[in-house]
Design a protein around this ligand. Structure first.
Ligand SMILES: [Zn+2]
Ligand SMILES: [Zn+2]
Length: 307
């Protein structure tokens, strides 16, 4: 089985949907985890078209609560019930997300057959498991909104029996250290890094901004990311409009990518004010050569680690 991370763009339009672009949504799949970032109104159809199964636990990350990022939520939650799916759903979003979700359930008189957990965040780690962690960070769009950073956990280095023996670590504790947990011997803490050999493996990092103007929090959190997915609502010349509505131009997104030294930039949340995408792309590439426009159905595979 491939150990790649799969990123599928399910909606790359700004708020009004277009014939070939639906409202915002992106799916990350990795080692059986499904993480949906924003959930525009066409989400179910887009999942069917892109052959993404509804079954299994699902994490939904909401960048903010504007309708073009959330309209698909109640529909997807209901369809899971029609299919008899009983695996849990976690919904992570900015403050007010709990009320937003539960008021909808109440309005529709909908009681799901599975567990829904809602976590509100203004910034910080929102998920941490053996395969990856996800951290949110504030962006600059509406009052409460966040971007998300997905980072794989790197495999731990090789166990050094020589170092373990030198530090007099009893054999029963070797396994614990090997799994990355510190142990205590005679009130002295021994850390995995004391025993495990260094590794040159680098984690894979994906950053999704949601809607935002260019801002330092994005630049800082995207530092050396493998993939940056950035708001590019407006064409290069619409700087004032981007500032007014707190979005970005495609060229501003390219500038962020350059400053953050990311590997690849995918531009999304594309409005039809971009009259000529080739022109917008040329301008972006002049700033950051690894710039691309995302499109609905685009799938990107990334290795889980970099060597
Ligand atoms: Zn939007
Ligand atoms: Zn918005």
């Amino acid at each position: 089985m491939s150990d790649n991370i799969s990123v599928t763009f399910l909606g790359t339009s700004s708020a009004p949907p277009q014939i070939n672009r639906r409202q915002s949504s992106c799916m990350i799949q990795y080692r059986g985890h499904k993480i949906l970032i924003d959930i525009g109104e066409a989400i179910q159809l887009q999942m069917i078209i892109n052959k993404i199964k509804f079954r299994g636990p699902l994490t939904i990350l909401l960048t903010h609560l504007h309708s073009d990022h959330t309209l698909g939520l109640i529909g997807l939650l209901s369809t899971r019930c029609f299919y008899g799916i009983d695996s849990p759903v976690r919904i992570i979003g900015p403050p007010w997300t709990s009320s937003f979700v539960f008021l909808q359930l109440l309005a529709y008189r909908f009681i799901p057959d599975y567990n829904i957990e809602v976590i509100e965040t203004k910034g910080g780690v929102v998920e941490n498991n053996t395969d990856f962690f996800i951290e949110s960070f504030p962006v600059n769009h509406v009052n409460q909104c966040v971007g998300y950073k997905f980072v794989t956990h790197t495999p731990l280095g090789k166990f050094s029996t020589e170092r373990a023996e030198k530090l007099k670590v009893p054999k029963v504790m070797w396994n614990t250290l090997q799994r990355g947990t510190p142990v205590e011997i005679n009130r002295k803490k021994i850390y995995p890094s004391d025993i495990l050999m260094d590794t040159n493996v680098r984690p894979t990092k994906i950053v999704l901004t949601g809607d935002t103007t260019i801002t330092d929090t994005v630049i800082n959190n995207s530092s050396e990311a493998d993939l940056l997915i950035h708001d590019a609502t407006y064409p290069p010349e619409e700087v004032e409009r981007a500032k007014k509505y707190k979005h970005s131009t495609s060229s501003e997104a390219a500038y962020v990518a350059k400053r953050a030294r990311v590997k690849k930039l995918y531009l999304t949340h594309i409005s039809n004010i971009h009259r000529d995408l080739d022109y917008s792309l040329k301008e972006a590439k002049a700033i950051f050569s690894e710039s691309y426009f995302a499109y609905d159905g685009l799938n990107i595979e990334l290795p889980s680690h970099n060597f």
